[in-house]
Design a protein. Structure first.
Ligand code: ADP
Length: 249
């Protein structure tokens, strides 16, 4: 059987991706020829010391920043070949985001927050899928609540539902447990894990927490803008050891 391009190329990948900020003497090379694959239907964590290039990598793969050189593929689409309009549409339809700060609109109910990307895009939700996501995240009895009426963990679950409801090709999670206590953070991580295992979602998560990274299928370690290691089947202890080697605690 022939592998589909998604199996071979991942949900997303970079080819010698380089990103520099500034120019001349003050230029900073945030990413230096990074080639990575984010496998479809898998959970990948990105780790590394502060300033290693984690956020820049995520922003480039999500089409929020354009590379200085190299390529970024989302499925078969090379982001550099797209017009601004195509890129905006691809971001809206194919990418979900979960942020440390939840980024929910305070005046909207949970349900309206979840549906906001589709409302903005003028598309109608697939009701069955919406129900599956809401049920998987245990949000059934919270849909009419506003963010202020929910705990941090519940708010992050709403943010995750919002990311999943468009059935994106990939969900990017940026320190998704950064604002949560460890028990609630553990619950959110378990939900990300379930989104991968039960819903077939591809997830890429930036974190500096070894316990969070251990929930992923593999960990990409960055240092000084380069990939220095890829660890399959991580454990918190092994991730912590590797981070110590990289000079970050
Ligand atoms: P991390 O997420 O691993 O902490 P970043 O990707 O935020 O690392 O940053 C990588 C490097 O690029 C750092 O040296 C940082 O100062 C620099 N950098 C990031 N964003 C910008 C920017 N908008 N302008 C200038 N330098 C930047």
């Amino acid at each position: 059987m022939q592998a589909t391009s998604e199996e071979a190329n991942g949900a997303a990948r970079t080819v010698r991706l380089t990103k520099e900020y500034g120019s001349g003497d003050t230029a900073v090379r945030a990413l230096d020829e990074v080639s990575v694959v984010l496998p479809a239907g898998r959970f990948t964590a990105v780790m590394g010391p502060s300033g290693a290039g984690k956020s820049t990598l995520m922003h480039c793969v999500a089409g929020l920043e354009s590379p200085t050189s190299g390529e970024v593929f989302l499925g078969d689409a090379e982001l550099g070949s797209l017009s601004d309009r195509q890129l905006t549409r691809l971001r809206r339809e194919k990418i979900g985001f979960v942020f440390q700060a939840f980024n929910l609109l305070p005046t909207l109910t949970a349900r309206d927050n979840i549906l906001l990307p589709m409302t903005l895009a003028g598309t109608t939700p697939d009701q069955a899928w919406l129900e599956t996501v809401v049920k998987a995240l245990g949000l059934g009895d919270r849909l009419s609540h506003r963010p202020a009426e929910m705990s941090g963990g519940q708010q992050q679950r709403v943010a995750l539902a919002r990311a999943l409801v468009t059935r994106p090709r990939i969900v990017f999670a940026d320190e998704p447990t950064g604002n949560l206590d460890s028990r609630t953070g553990g619950e959110v991580l378990a939900m990300l894990r379930e989104a991968v295992d039960d819903l077939g979602q591809t997830v890429a998560m930036v974190t500096h927490d070894p316990v969070a990274a251990a929930v992923a299928d593999s960990v990409i370690f960055l240092a000084d803008g380069r990939v220095v290691d890829i660890m399959p089947e991580p454990t918190a202890d092994r991730v912590l050891d590797r981070m110590r080697d990289l000079g970050s605690h």
